[in-house]
Design a protein around this ligand. Sequence first.
Ligand SMILES: O=C(O)CCC(=O)C(=O)O
Length: 275
Amino acid sequence: MIELEAITCSAADPESTAQVSSWLDTYGCALVTDIYCADAFDEIVALTHALEAQVHSARPELYAEGSVWSIKSVFETSPELAIRCMNPLLSRILLDAMHTNALVLFAGTLMAKTGAEDTPINWHQDNGIPVDRDLKDERSKGTREGGVPYRMATKDVLDRCVQCRIHIEPHREKGGCLRVAPGSHAWDTMGYDAVAERVADIQQLDVPAPAGSALLSRMTLAHMSPPAENILPDGEQRRVIQAQFHTSDVNPGFGLDWYKWETAIRIGPEGASVH
Ligand SMILES: O=C(O)CCC(=O)C(=O)O
């Protein structure tokens, strides 16, 4: 059994951030706190609200009451948000954990919950990656976001990817915080039913997290998203910005390339940059 505290570190403490790599290898996840100063985090929150307002007028259906809604490709709409979120402190922790000098962003999603009516998302791994064309074979996941081909990646590719969930509000215990199965990242890729069956036999860990912290995880880490059992405090939502990266040296395989976003975002030791 692993306690959340044992895989939590402060970004300001280099001794504990040095352990993030081994936590990701052993448990598949790590929680990092104290990444942003108050002003910098206020700007991230303001940019998130501005992004939502922009999408809200263009795509009101994303805000259907009673469901977990998500806005995909957020960094295409707001590259500035990527730059603010992936500050040098967080970027270096991610690069060190992945033993690389450069990570390339391949997906950015904003997800929120608003209260007890939220629809849960069952146990699964995140194994979809955007690619340059749809081979229409058994790994194809069709197209999303108005024509972006997605594909179930192989385990060796997913092992060269990492995701980073930046918590915009506090993610509270019984407030719809993510639930993970530590160690499950070592499993090969599998469908929803197989994941649900296997997690029944291992530890399940809720990940309540303060606003401004980030949960780093392996793509194959089994996770689920329970509804917020407790009504969130007045007007509060449970927002998270999820950024997914691959190391610059990995390709999707099968003769494919990564999908070319209009805004190419990489992170290096100095933080995120737009190309
Ligand atoms: O933010 C959440 O709770 C949902 C996350 C999730 O299940 C996913 O992104 O795959």
